[in-house]
Design a binder for this molecule. Structure first.
Ligand code: ATP
Ligand code: MG
Length: 448
């Protein structure tokens, strides 16, 4: 080390911040995410949907081929880059269906029949960040592959509707449409181009560019100046043949029989090219223009497009941030629950007994936070009680030296009946703590 290094004062480094539109998820809000994820896992298990996890990075070609070249996502929203080492073109996944299909084909998962799968995870789209719209956001999705029947479309829609119920989500409505089959879309497309050409003066630049490459996508426009023309456009539903209508009617019949309300929206086309037949969205008016919380539909040709043996499929994806935002807006997002017990440790000499005791409580399923000093020693009793209170714990266990010498600890209620305290023989701690928690209905295990 040179003298120079010794005397130079280290300069304080500039703090780095997260990338714009990409958020840290920190406590206590992270507990609300875990709550939602637990609800989803339970629900998926009860519907026999199994978890699938695919990489966050995929070959760019997967999305270009799968989602369609002339889509918002592929044209302007993808984070794509070249692998520095081998020159491969890669993309941070903007959605997960294409990756699910790639994985299903790659592992030949349909060899013994259809599969029902679900996933959760981050997606990446380069959009203008605003409430309900981020550059890293999170989706939970369900996909059923290998099943052609309308009953699976309906099962998936019911699955989502049940989730809203179990989360206590209100003011969500279901919009439904059928995109028919490719030949029906071709006939509609010709009529649509005629209509749009007749109103060329109101089309924006993007619509003009897409007029011949992807006119259906124009119906998905958010430009208010084009709404009237889009509303008057020929409707795909009038071009559907008998088989497509029968499929649509079968989906509707199951929803009707199940008491799930919906509205037919003939202009619902979704943002990706891979859909056919049933498409749907769950929307709310309470989140401004970010009102779609979940979208999905049938994609019977995607598996083939990604190189697999032709097989039908249907699925949906929900936006986790938007669902949580809606619950927050309603005021029904659950509060984070504190630990059951906070262990107060006046003197470090008690640590061996403390560890033995709290490990026994944890083994029984209780949540225990052990006090730990943040400076020298364990800290004063007063500061430990303050921490115990701030933790949200129901009970404090005080491992004082005098009591321990008698083979006892002190149990103190921190919430209801604050102040009530009693000395307990160490051997009875587990049973007494469990009984006390069971009496106060807010025991975290019971509340979950
Ligand atoms: P929008 O029309 O709002 O852009 P989208 O049609 O692009 O949505 P999908 O690709 O269908 O959305 O994705 C399914 C769900 O994922 C959406 O309904 C929404 O809840 C959520 N989502 C999509 N993009 C974002 C984003 N940038 N930030 C947060 N959530 C998003
Ligand atoms: Mg979008």
């Amino acid at each position: 080390m040179t003298t120079e290094n010794k005397t130079t004062k280290p300069t304080k480094a500039q703090a780095l911040t997260a990338v714009k539109g990409m958020n840290d998820l920190i406590p206590p809000a992270s507990a609300q995410w875990e709550w939602l994820e637990d609800k989803v896992r339970g629900l998926m298990a009860r519907h026999a949907y199994r978890n699938l996890r695919t990489p966050i990075v995929e070959p760019t070609a997967l999305f270009v081929r799968g989602l369609g070249e002339v889509t918002d996502i592929v044209e302007k929203e993808m984070y794509s880059f070249e692998d520095r080492l081998n020159g491969e073109q890669l993309t941070l996944r903007p959605e997960a269906t294409a990756g699910v299909v790639r994985a299903v084909v790659e592992h030949n998962l349909l060899y013994d029949g259809g599969k029902r799968l679900y996933y959760m995870g981050p997606m990446f789209r380069h959009e203008r960040p605003q409430r309900g719209r981020y550059r890293q956001f999170h989706q939970i999705g369900a996909e059923a592959l290998g099943f052609p029947g309308a009953e699976v479309d309906a099962e998936l829609i019911l699955l989502a509707a049940t989730l809203w119920q179990e989360l206590g989500l209100q003011d969500v409505r279901l919009e439904l449409n059928s995109l028919g089959q490719p030949d029906e879309r071709a006939a509609h497309r010709a009529a649509l181009i005629d209509h749009l050409e007749a109103h060329a003066e109101v089309l924006d630049e993007e619509a003009k560019r897409r007029l011949h490459s992807n006119p259906l996508r124009i119906l998905d426009t958010k430009n208010p100046a084009m709404q009237a023309v889009v509303e008057a456009a020929p409707q795909l539903i009038d071009f559907l043949g008998e088989a497509s209508l029968a499929h649509f009617n079968a989906v509707k019949a199951i929803l009707d029989a199940s008491g799930v309300a919906y509205r037919i929206n003939p202009r619902l086309v979704r943002g990706m090219d891979y859909y056919n037949l049933t498409v749907f969205e769950f929307v709310t008016d309470r989140l401004g223009s970010q009102g779609t919380i979940c979208g999905g539909g049938r994609y019977d040709y995607l598996i083939e497009q990604v190189g697999g043996k032709p097989a039908p499929a249907v699925g949906w994806a929900l936006g986790v941030e938007r669902v949580l935002e809606l619950l927050k807006e309603q005021g029904t997002l659950p509060e984070a629950v504190g630990p059951d017990v906070y262990a107060i440790i006046p003197d470090a000499a008690a640590l061996p007994v403390v560890f033995k005791t709290v490990q026994a409580l944890r083994a029984q399923g209780m949540s225990v936070q052990m006090h730990a000093g943040t400076g020298e020693g364990m800290g004063s009793m007063k500061s430990q009680f303050k921490k115990a209170d701030a933790s949200g714990a129901q009970l404090a266990l005080i491992f004082g030296g005098d009591e321990l010498a008698r083979g006892e600890v002190t149990l103190k209620a921190l919430r209801d009946g604050v102040g009530a305290q009693e000395a307990l023989p160490l051997a009875q701690v587990s049973s007494r703590v469990a009984a006390t928690l069971a009496r106060s209905a807010v025991h975290s295990q019971a509340a979950a």
